[in-house]
Design a protein around this ligand. Structure first.
Ligand SMILES: NCc1[nH]cc(CCC(=O)O)c1CC(=O)O
Length: 323
């Protein structure tokens, strides 16, 4: 890929959140692009988002209308930055007009991990004692774990990864649930005690992948960004995002997924659960990877026929009431 010789190489400004994870991810993207396009200058501009500032309120109660992405999107529309690097799972399934999801990069293991207090180092999720205090701030993790392990006590946990680890190690929790991907990217793989199998926890839509968003009319940049796209991750994530979009759920609702790509065939599983873990609907569809988005819609419709909408409507009403 070459730039037109008539125009001097441009400087491209990358927007990111300021969190340690966001900075590590953005640096990785910058390095990949710099290798592919050595003549272009890529600059990193970091910004705080609303989600970085509100640390004391349970995420589920503030909703997720672009909590971690809005300031970056405004920056792109104002031309202060050219593209933004997001954890794909934090990027809403509907983008503001004028912006597109240009590229999805190769995903890390998308599963959830159990991290335990050292006194439980010989235990697994199914052998932790009655009443064990499990920290999570995700309704998706909460609902699925409650379904399988109703004898645990669940407690909200917020803050960055280091803060959460410190709270766990101080004995405030017996175990906490975190994304494998975040732990790996921050060099904390040694804290992964158990990777939760998909029978226990279906992961979040887009978990473990990075999504790069830019202005829809910047075709030159879009073609550069395609250089770091991972097509298998893209197919899986487009199916997952289409499923979530069709159910009109954000990342803060108890919706989980799993995808398997086998040659041209894509298998998508999804779950919608009530917050108490008592009602769950779960199903699987298979089709061609090139019809990824269609598959997502098909699965959403299938789950709706099994009562998913009623479960979701109840959650939306409860969140609005602030309960
Ligand atoms: N919403 C927080 C968030 N956004 C992305 C990650 C981890 C990396 C990823 O899932 O891609 C995390 C932390 C977590 O869920 O443990």
């Amino acid at each position: 890929m070459t730039l037109s010789v008539s125009s001097p190489p441009r400087t491209i400004r990358i927007g990111t959140r300021k969190s340690q994870l966001a900075l590590v991810q953005t640096q990785w993207v910058q390095e990949q692009l710099q290798k592919l396009f050595p003549d272009i200058t890529f600059e990193v501009h970091s910004m705080s988002t609303q989600g970085d500032k509100i640390l004391d309120v349970a995420l589920a109660k503030i909703g997720d209308k672009g909590l971690f992405t809005k300031e970056l999107e405004v920056g792109m529309l104002n031309r202060e930055i050219d593209f933004a690097v997001h954890s794909l799972k934090d990027l809403p399934t509907r983008l503001p007009s004028g912006l597109v999801l240009a590229t999805i990069t190769e995903r890390e293991n998308p599963a959830d991990a159990l991290v335990v207090h050292e006194k439980h180092k010989d235990k697994q999720i199914d052998t932790l004692p009655e009443g064990a205090v499990i920290g999570t701030s995700s309704l998706r993790r909460l609902a699925q774990l409650r379904h399988h392990f109703p004898h645990f006590t669940f407690k909200d946990i917020r803050g960055n990864l280091n803060t959460r680890m410190a709270k766990l190690d101080a004995g405030e929790y017996d175990g906490i649930i975190l994304a494998v991907a975040g732990l790996e990217r921050l060099g904390m793989s040694d804290r992964i005690h158990q990777i939760l199998p998909k029978e226990i926890s279906l992961h979040a839509v887009g978990q473990g992948a990075l999504g790069i968003e830019c202005r829809a009319d910047d075709s030159e940049l879009i073609s550069l960004l395609k250089g770091i796209e991972h097509s298998k991750t893209r197919d899986r994530c487009l199916a997952e995002r289409s499923f979530l979009r069709e159910l009109e759920g954000g990342c803060q609702v108890p919706i989980g997924v799993n995808t398997v790509l086998d040659g041209d065939n894509l298998t998508l599983s999804g779950i919608v659960a009530s917050v108490d873990g008592e009602n769950i609907v779960k199903d699987t569809v298979t089709g061609l990877a090139k019809d990824a988005e269609q598959l997502g819609i098909q699965l959403a419709q299938l789950l709706r026929q099994q009562g998913a909408q009623e479960i979701l409507d109840k959650i939306f009403t409860e969140i609005q009431r602030g309960s």
